[in-house]
Write a protein that binds this ligand. Structure first.
Ligand code: G6Q
Length: 552
């Protein structure tokens, strides 16, 4: 089924497959996980799946076999298998921008053929990877020298959104594998504090800036890059220094040259890579500089293993499909508004922030592919923090609040830092939390512990809180790749069900345009131009007064 055919078919909520799920939801919405587990002693092993080094336990979900069957029928009805093929074969499934969506080509092995507009893109992907590796080896080997002949010790990535969140997350996730005698930093915010605090203790002679911008027009990134240039030239005093201290990652060679970066020092990617899907393109240069080409390629192999699984495995055993369908189930039938992502690994501390963009920028959409207003909820809000820290703050609401919050627990059986006793205790918390969330504690159980009657209601846990557990042996570069690809494809699955374009981001574009206009007014001499509402005008005036020192 093509995108257009899906778009012109009956709207989602009028389809028999959707109606069947609605009816089924009303039948099982009060069914408790205590009952579901009691009815099927094998459930904990039956509702699991494995792929690309990841073990998915989805048994603690408020689903029966019938629910899963109905969700899979919905996926068939939406043409999911055909849409997966359409993505992998380079069709222009980003319909509003008329672009192919081929982050999967970034991790395709040599010899695979993926054709866009008549040309196989895989050789170009590998040519860039090879250039990145050569450059990385030169920097890490001390052969790439700064302007004064000193080796590079500090890498500063300048980028924002998709050109920042992936690199930051990947660097933190793979810090264990990174060069400890080098410093890796990230500047994204236009707030000058970000630049000043990030560069405060760095020596410009030993610092290399990697300016990452797909368009090379983004205000924050260009402003920070200009500031970095001035910072560098102030210390090194010679325009020539830019060649040794700046490289760019972009699709816009002209913009890069205009900025003054030698196009020979530019690493290319392509318009068929979305910003939030670009951490495995040249946008990952800082990651490669941190962990080396071999680990970077291992990460790509992990991505690819999950891609293969997603493309070839029947939908009922397909990890991203199962996760995507469960997200739809809670979002649209239970009315759950958020999903908590809870990595029990300190190295994944930026993973929830990365997933916020991946999920919410992709599926936070209000119209279908053909422009009709949806009458159902699209993307859930994603949030989270690493465990066990979150347990001492917001888990209270997940356990006993009035919101239903499906949670993803992500954990590794082997620690990369095995301190005596720590890891068993960390994992004990994973298992204890998912058990408590599912099964809760009844009033009878609370009473039998000798709790005074007036406290019983306060100490009851209703349970029936759904969780997904994702386990892997160790956090390796391969596993990070599989994990990210798992979420990428789960997001795609949800977008297919909702019939939306998961690959555009008009909301982001709006912000870029608005700030340009007001920025111009604030930097002009006179009072703000008219045309704003009274609140915005008053706020701008208040700001200008304070800035000129006349505010009381
Ligand atoms: C990602 C979005 C957005 C983008 C940034 C940076 O999918 O498009 O987050 O990555 O706005 O854009 P540039 O890379 O073009 O600077």
């Amino acid at each position: 089924m093509t995108a257009m055919e899906v778009g012109s078919a009956p709207p989602l909520t009028e389809r028999p497959t959707w109606k069947a799920l609605e009816e089924h939801y009303h039948k099982i919405r009060h069914l408790h996980l205590r009952q579901i587990f009691a009815d099927d002693p094998q459930r904990g092993t039956r509702l699991t799946a494995e792929a690309a080094g990841l073990h998915l336990d989805y048994s603690k979900h408020r689903v029966t076999d019938e629910t899963l069957e109905l969700l899979l029928r919905l996926a068939d009805d939406r043409g999911l298998a055909e849409r997966i093929d359409a993505m992998f074969s380079g069709q222009k499934i980003n319909v509003t921008e008329q672009r192919a969506v081929l982050h999967i080509a970034l991790r395709a092995p040599v010899g695979e053929r993926i054709v866009v507009d008549g040309a196989d893109v895989v050789p170009a992907v590998h040519a860039v990877l090879d250039r990145m590796a050569t450059f990385t080896d030169a920097v890490r080997g001390g052969r790439w020298k700064g302007h004064t002949g000193r080796p590079i010790r500090n890498i500063v990535n300048i980028g924002i959104g998709g050109s920042d969140l992936g690199p930051v997350m990947a660097y933190e996730a793979l810090r264990h594998y990174s060069r400890r005698d080098m410093t890796f930093r990230f500047i994204s915010n236009i707030d000058g504090t970000d630049f000043v605090e990030t560069t405060r203790d760095l020596d410009p002679q030993e610092t290399l800036f990697v300016v990452c911008s797909k368009t090379f027009t983004t205000l924050e990134t260009l402003t920070n890059a200009h500031t970095a240039r001035a910072w560098c030239l102030r210390a090194l005093g010679d325009e020539e220094a830019v060649r040794r201290h700046f490289v760019a990652v972009s699709t816009n060679a002209e913009g890069v040259a205009k900025f003054g970066i030698d196009p020979a020092n530019m690493f290319e990617f392509w318009d068929w890579v979305g910003g939030r899907y670009s951490m495995d393109s040249a946008i990952g240069l800082s990651t490669m500089l941190a962990v080396g080409p071999e680990h970077f390629r291992a990460m790509l192999a992990g991505f690819h293993a999950m891609d293969r699984h997603f493309r070839t495995t029947p939908l009922d055993r397909n990890l991203p499909v199962i996760m995507g369908l469960l997200a739809v189930w809670y979002t649209d039938f239970f009315g759950a508004e958020t999903v908590a992502v809870l990595p029990y690994d300190q190295y994944l501390k930026r993973f929830p922030a990365y997933l916020q963009q991946l999920t919410m920028e992709s599926n936070g959409k209000h119209v279908t592919l053909d422009g009709a207003r949806v009458d159902y909820q699209t993307s859930p809000i994603v949030w989270g923090e690493p465990g066990t820290n979150g347990q001492h703050s917001f888990y209270q609401l997940i356990h006993q609040g009035t919101e239903l919050i499906p949670c993803h627990f992500i954990a590794f059986c082997q620690s990369l830092n095995p301190l005596d006793g720590h890891h068993d205790l960390l994992m004990a918390n994973v298992f204890a939390q998912t058990e408590a969330l599912a099964f809760g504690k009844t009033a009878g159980e609370v009473e039998s512990e000798g709790t005074p009657a007036r406290l019983v209601p306060h100490r009851v846990f209703e349970g029936n809180r759904p969780t997904t557990t994702i386990l892997a042996d160790r956090l390796t570069p391969e596993i990070l790749g599989s994990l990210v690809a798992l979420y990428e494809h789960s997001v795609f699955t949800q977008g297919v069900i909702w019939d939306i374009d998961s690959f555009d981001q008009w909301g982001v574009e709006l912000g870029k345009a608005l700030a340009q206009r007001i920025g111009g007014e604030l930097q002009g001499d006179g009072p703000p131009a008219g045309g704003h509402d009274s609140s915005t005008t008053a706020l701008m005036r208040r700001y200008l007064q304070s800035r000129s020192g006349s505010a009381r």
